[in-house]
Design a protein around this ligand. Structure first.
Ligand code: 5RP
Length: 218
């Protein structure tokens, strides 16, 4: 299977986790887009969706799926999203598409995070993929200096503004041996909105598209 076929297979497998009549949290990115396409086929069986980005909201709308404001939703049984890297402990790096903050908010509300990826995303140690950090623009240089003191090499994502009007620093050169600790440390730097480590609250289920089919890791 190609990488895209693996993504699509994982997205198809996620449909079994969608409860009838529920509001579903929907992530951002190419794998999440495959999931939206699958969700559209059963749209009459769900109440609607909460989107983790403007791009996802647009795609949901295009498919005729109701997009609800998270503030109006009391119960979100599942959140389905991709990842840039994930370990077998279900710790992730996310935010390659720059949607990390809204993704983390929707994931925080959801009872279950179903991660859908192709097999290239499964790693032993997080950090080969540069770790995104969303930062208030005026704090960019200060936050970059603090990250350098922690041993990382931050690079401003050029020409990119998040849906929240902020900038992204991508941290290169990390070998993240303790993702829970680093997630907390980075979030304590003044000016940081959030970072792309999803370790304090990781995924509950990984649906991994592989050449042999979809593997379920819990
Ligand atoms: C966006 C994300 C995506 O989930 C992540 O970048 C994976 O994307 P793709 O499914 O296109 O590989 O975190 O902010």
């Amino acid at each position: 299977m190609t990488q895209d076929e693996q993504k699509r297979a994982a997205a198809q497998a996620a449909i079994q986790y969608v409860p009838i009549g529920a509001v579903i949290g929907v992530g951002t990115g190419s794998t999440a887009n495959y999931f939206i396409d699958e969700l559209a086929k059963i749209k009459h069986k769900i109440e609607g969706a909460v989107a983790s980005s403007e791009a996802t909201a647009q795609r949901l709308h295009k498919h005729g799926i109701d997009v609800l404001d998270l503030n109006t939703v009391a119960d979100l049984p599942v959140y389905v999203d991709g990842a840039d890297e994930i370990t077998k402990h279900l710790h992730m790096i996310k935010g390659g598409g720059g949607a990390l903050t809204r993704e983390k908010i929707v994931a925080a509300v959801a009872r279950k995070f179903i991660c859908i990826t192709d097999q290239s995303k499964l790693v032993n140690i997080l950090g080969s993929f540069p770790l995104p950090v969303e930062v208030i623009p005026m704090a960019r240089s200060y936050v970059a200096r603090e990250i350098t003191l922690l041993g990382g090499h931050p690079a401003l994502r050029q020409g990119f503004t998040t849906d929240n009007g902020n900038v992204i620093l991508d941290i290169h050169g990390l070998q993240i041996l303790n993702p829970v600790e680093l997630e907390t440390t980075l979030n304590q730097i003044t000016g940081v909105i959030t970072n792309g480590l999803f370790a304090r609250k990781g995924a509950n289920v990984l649906l991994l598209g592989t050449d042999a089919g979809v593997e379920t890791i819990t």
